[in-house]
Design a protein around this ligand. Structure first.
Ligand code: C5P
Length: 234
C-alpha cells in the first residue's frame, strides 16, 4: 500500500515551455508550491533532459514524460539508462509488451513507471478513426489492468475514468490524471477533463496541470489555488 501524499505532493506541474531558461524560471518560482515538475517532449527537444537531471540533483521530484513506445529491447535499455538518475516518474505507452520491457529494465530502481492508457486529448471519435472499437473508458480500464499485471507503478488516464480504473485495479497502482481544468479555465486541446476537486474525489493520486498554471498571469497563485482545492476535495 502506497504512502499517503500531501495535497501539494499531489500536484504535478507540466513545464511545457519552449526553452530551458523559461522552464528554470517557472521551476524556481513554483518550488515549494507544487510536488513534482514534469518535463515532456517539447522541453526534451531543447535540453530538457539535462534540466531534468539538474532538478532531480537539486532534490526536486521530476517526472520524465517521454511516453516511450518501441521494440522491447529498446524500451528495456532506455529504462535501464533512466533508472538510477534520480527521476521519480517515467511514462511508457500502455501496450503490454512495452510495459513488460520497461519493467524488465527497472532493476532495483525506485523510479515509478507509468503506463499512458489513452491520451486525454482523444475522444471516442478519435479512437474510431485510429482503428479501435473500444470506448475510451473500456480501453483505459483494459490497459490499466495490463499495467497492473505487468508490474508497472501506475497509470495515466483522464479524470473521467479514474473511478472505473480504481474499481478494477484497487489501490496498488498510482493513478495520475492530466486533463485537469479549474472551473472557468480554457480547455485547450483537452477533451476528457474534470476539475481538480472532482479528479481527486474520483480517486486520483496525482493531478497533472500545465497551461492553467504556466500560462497564468500569476503561476504561484494558480498553483496554490489548485493545492487548496485538492486539500478540500471530498
Ligand atoms: O496544459 P495541460 O494542463 O493540458 O497539460 C497536460 C500535460 O499532461 C501535457 O504535458 C501533456 O503532454 C500531458 N499528458 C496529457 N494526457 C495524457 C498524458 C500526458 O495531457 N494522457
Amino acid at each position: 500500500m502506497a504512502t499517503p501524499l500531501s495535497a501539494r505532493d499531489r500536484l504535478i506541474v507540466a513545464l511545457d515551455v519552449a526553452d530551458c531558461a523559461s522552464a528554470e524560471r517557472l521551476a524556481g518560482m513554483l518550488a515549494g508550491h507544487v510536488g513534482v515538475f514534469k518535463i515532456g517532449l517539447e522541453l526534451a527537444m531543447s535540453g530538457g533532459i539535462d534540466l531534468a537531471r539538474e532538478l532531480a540533483g537539486d532534490g526536486h521530484k521530476v517526472f520524465l514524460d517521454l511516453k516511450l513506445l518501441d521494440i522491447s529491447n529498446t524500451v528495456t535499455k532506455a529504462v535501464e539508462n533512466a533508472a538510477g538518475q534520480g527521476f521519480a516518474f517515467l511514462t511508457i505507452h500502455a501496450y503490454p509488451a512495452a510495459m513488460r520491457a520497461a519493467v524488465a529494465g527497472l532493476g532495483n530502481s525506485d523510479l515509478c513507471l507509468l503506463g499512458v492508457t489513452v491520451l486525454t486529448s482523444l475522444n471516442a471519435a478519435d479512437l474510431v478513426e485510429a482503428g479501435y472499437s473500444d470506448s475510451p473508458e473500456a480501453l483505459v480500464v483494459k490497459r490499466a489492468q495490463a499495467a497492473r499485471e505487468t508490474g508497472m507503478g501506475g497509470i495515466v488516464c483522464s479524470p473521467q475514468e479514474v473511478a472505473a480504473v480504481r474499481a478494477r485495479v484497487g489501490d496498488g497502482l498510482r493513478i495520475v490524471t492530466p486533463g485537469v481544468r479549474p472551473a472557468g479555465s480554457d480547455t485547450g486541446d483537452q477533451k476528457r477533463i474534470a476539475t481538480p476537486a472532482s479528479a481527486i474525489g474520483s480517486g486520483a493520486d496525482y493531478l497533472v496541470v500545465g497551461r492553467p498554471i504556466t500560462q497564468s498571469a500569476d503561476p504561484i497563485e494558480a498553483a496554490d489555488a489548485i493545492v487548496a482545492e485538492i486539500a478540500s476535495a471530498p
